[in-house]
Design a protein around this ligand. Structure first.
Ligand code: 4AD
Ligand code: MG
Length: 442
């Protein structure tokens, strides 16, 4: 390339496909990847893709010359090109505009792309690094990004502090059976199952804290809603009780869902989801019921007899949610089957001051939270029952020894939320590179 060319090259103002379509007329320079291609001896049609959208481009042999035409005919799907031409409105084109090209340059050539139509879920999972470029995955990734950014905004606006916990931790918090053990020099430690215990330590300094971090659980069940590595978005607040914390969870989710509904209309449409409906849902009342009321609904409306004392199973959550079209909060699960830190309700000794939030349309539990026990004896007994070494929890009990205050918190499974918002069948599509019992590649 001559210096003269380099200069023009640098000065060329590339537009994103979306911006070019917004402009609607005139000469533009675009760059992107070949999403689809077809042609005849006189014309080549390319659907060009960039991070913003797709556009049909037409290259006419007569206009670009024999040499360039021969070159573009050889280029395969996923090659990256720069393309220059006139943008015009064209109703028949996939996104309503067309680029009538007068020139192009090859930036990165492509071998025969392994992903073609109608491939198996496993094949797409093996090629996840390439499948991320699909329109479906791109839409999901944008929605995920928007959701997480909205959540940050929500907590910043409320004056919360972001607080980071270690990933390598000495304790379990949500049951020992799903811990991932890590060799740690001469000792052993575990990958974080939750940020919570550290979030609790932080409220004595910062009062209102939140975070989002990678979370690990060696889930042995192969379900459509469990990952071995997922992102939990957690919150902990001093002085809050069960009612206040579960209302905060609703407010947070409504804020983020609303933002996604406003900012990701096209992406939701591509996933066959209705942004208007989502927006409506974010403005509705989300009910709170007690676990005992849930059992009553299950019995009276679903003919399911669940005895008090068991956690709700997937099938029961699904049946219950057939009676709600918005997320609901269920509080006061049986103390007996709850984690050690969930306190007993002083009024009902078999109930815990805890809550789950369940999503409609069969997506199940999306949030888990509780008031936190301040009773060292109660917690010690629960941990001993689980066979835990109390010594590892002394630091946590210190939080109750030195100026303890009532406090509460919760954790949101980001992938569970994205699964629900995007209407996905499997949670694996809610995260770029899923990790499950059977998959840790690529
Ligand atoms: O209900 P969980 O286990 O609650 C906790 O971990 C608390 N310590 C959180 C807190 O109070 N700070 O998990 C919280 C949420 C669940 O409601 C679910 O959305 C998600 O995390 N989750 C999973 N998501 C994907 N794969 C898994 N294996 C998950 N396990 C939990
Ligand atoms: Mg839970």
């Amino acid at each position: 390339m001559t210096s003269e060319n380099q200069k023009t090259e640098q000065n060329k103002d590339f537009l994103s496909i979306q911006d070019a379509m917004n402009q609607g007329t005139g000469t533009v320079a675009l760059r992107g990847w070949i999403h689809r291609e077809r042609g005849s001896s006189k014309f080549k049609f390319i659907v060009l893709r960039d991070s913003t959208n797709i556009i049909q481009c037409v290259l006419e042999r007569e206009k670009i010359g024999d040499e360039k035409f021969a070159a573009i005919k050889k280029i395969q799907v996923e090659a990256c090109i720069k393309i220059f031409g006139e943008i015009v409105k064209e109703e028949r084109a996939p996104t309503g505009y067309e680029l009538h090209a007068n020139d192009f340059e090859l930036v990165g050539d492509s071998d025969k792309f392994p992903i073609t139509k109608d491939q198996s879920v496993e094949f797409l999972a093996d090629n996840r690094h390439l499948w991320l470029r699909s329109r479906k995955m791109t839409a999901i990734l944008k929605i995920r990004s928007t959701y997480i950014q909205a959540r940050d905004e929500f907590f910043r606006n409320k004056g919360f502090h972001r607080f980071d916990a270690p990933i390598l931790q000495p304790n379990q918090c949500e049951g020992g059976s799903t811990l991932f053990e890590v060799k740690y020099y001469q000792a052993k430690t575990f990958l974080s199952q939750t940020w919570q215990l550290y979030g609790e330590a932080a409220v004595f300094a910062l009062e209102k804290v939140y975070n989002m971090g990678p979370t690990f659980r060696a889930e042995k069940s192969k379900t459509s809603r469990h990952l071995s590595e997922f992102w939990m978005a957690e919150t902990e607040v001093a002085w809050y009780d069960l009612h206040q914390i579960s209302e905060l969870a609703k407010e947070e989710l409504k804020y983020c869902v609303k933002k996604v509904a406003e900012l990701r209309v096209e992406e939701l449409k591509l996933l066959e989801q209705d942004a208007a409906k989502l927006l409506e849902l974010s403005e509705k009342e989300w009910p709170t019921i007690k676990y005992r009321e849930a059992l009553k609904i299950l019995k009276e409306k679903c003919g399911m007899d669940v005895e008090f004392g068991k956690d709700l199973r997937t099938i029961e959550e699904e049946k219950l949610m057939e009676h709600f079209d918005v997320p609901i909060v269920v509080t006061h699960y049986p103390k007996e089957v709850m984690a050690f830190y969930k306190p007993v309700d002083p009024e009902f000794s078999d109930e815990a001051l805890c809550f789950d939030m369940l999503a409609p349309q069969g997506h199940g539990e999306i949030v888990g939270g509780s008031q936190r026990s301040t009773d060292i004896k109660e917690m010690t007994e629960a941990l001993e029952k689980e066979g835990e070494d109390i010594k590892n929890y002394e630091w946590y009990f210190d939080l109750r020894r030195y100026g303890s205050v009532p406090h509460s918190g919760y954790g949101i499974g980001i992938e569970r939320i994205i699964k629900w918002i995007c209407g996905l069948e499997n949670i694996k599509d809610a995260i770029p590179f899923p990790r499950t019992m059977l998959r840790w590649m690529p």
